[in-house]
Design a protein around this ligand. Structure first.
Ligand SMILES: [Cu+2]
Length: 316
């Protein structure tokens, strides 16, 4: 938990300027309300398309027996600017936190060529059904080494992957995680598809997060609202890889969605708020009833005010 973070950051020389920026925004936010934190008023890093590869998944492919889906993942150490002036010394898959979106259709052979170009031993542990020797627990990949994971993609759903080297808490928190969509053989209905991976960053090393995000940058979707079409299905693949905090959550304003835990099974919840422990994930489906700007954020208010907040711009 990060309640005292603004005070702490002020004492930290590196983060001083950024904390003032953030303090100003949090202050204005309190005075002006949520709407003040949209567009240019939102303190987020980068340009409007920077996170497209982490938001928009590759297309689903129709089921085809025996197909191989091959991905290359490379662990690299990289310093990332996660909020204005705040740099996080991340360990990444392919240079981003979260790592790339992988996608396969149930029954495909998923082949992931992993190279460890980082400074520490790593692995990739996939959630799903596969032989234990492909599970990223026993086969530790040392710096400079590589390993190929290969198994049938199942079950259909939405699953996280992450490093499982020890200390696990550190390897996850540093940024080694991403998501895998496994499409059912009988395809889901066409939709505007989005991927959201919730996370946090401990920037002062005290074992609590100081910033929270979706797809890696605080307030990014407040700065750049996500445009979707009214009365057309929107599908969000949502996962939580936040370390240190017990849960994270997603709350949508002004509408309701159907939530399918794990993207598996027949159970659906009709709600505007879901919570997930680390490793939990699910699939949200919404048809927005109205055009306009809809807020979404963690319903832990603290997380929202430390970066986990954004908007949908629903257009006709
Ligand atoms: Cu690792």
């Amino acid at each position: 938990m990060a309640a005292p973070m603004l005070g702490k950051l002020v004492l930290d020389g590196n983060a001083d300027a950024a904390s003032r920026t953030l303090q100003t925004h949090v202050h204005n936010h309190a005075v002006d309300g949520h709407a003040a934190m949209i567009g240019e008023n939102a303190p987020a890093v980068g340009g409007p398309s920077d996170l497209d590869a982490l938001l928009y998944p590759p297309p689903a492919l129709p089921y085809e027996p025996g197909r191989v889906r091959e991905y290359n993942l490379r662990a690299v150490d990289r310093e990332l600017e996660i909020a204005p002036g705040i740099f996080f010394p991340a360990w990444t898959y392919n240079g981003t936190v979260p790592g790339p979106i992988l996608r396969a259709t149930e029954g495909d052979i998923l082949r992931v060529n992993f190279t460890n170009a980082g400074s520490h031993p790593h692995t990739i542990h996939f959630h799903g059904i596969h032989p234990p020797r492909q599970d990223g627990v026993f086969e530790i990949v040392k710096p400079g080494d590589d390993f190929t994971y290969e198994f049938e993609a199942r079950p259909a759903g939405f699953h996280p992957y992450h490093c499982h080297a020890t200390p696990l808490k550190k390897h996850i928190h540093k940024g080694l995680y991403g998501s895998l969509i496994i499409d059912p053989k009988e395809p889901r209905p066409p939709a505007q598809e989005l991927v959201m991976v919730m996370n946090g960053y401990d920037t002062d090393g005290d074992g609590g997060n100081n910033f929270y995000t979706v797809n890696g940058r605080s307030f990014y979707y407040a700065r750049y609202p996500i445009t979707v079409r009214r009365s057309q299905l929107v599908r969000i693949y949502l996962a939580n890889l936040t370390e240190f905090d017990l849960i994270n959550s997603f709350h949508l304003h002004a509408d309701f969605f159907h939530y399918q835990p794990n993207g598996t099974g027949d159970y659906r919840e009709y709600t505007d708020t879901v919570m997930q422990c680390q490793g939990q994930r699910g699939v949200l489906e919404i048809e927005f009833a109205n055009a306009g700007v809809y807020m979404f954020h963690a319903h832990q208010s603290e997380f929202a005010e430390l970066g986990w907040m954004g908007f949908f711009n629903v257009t006709d």
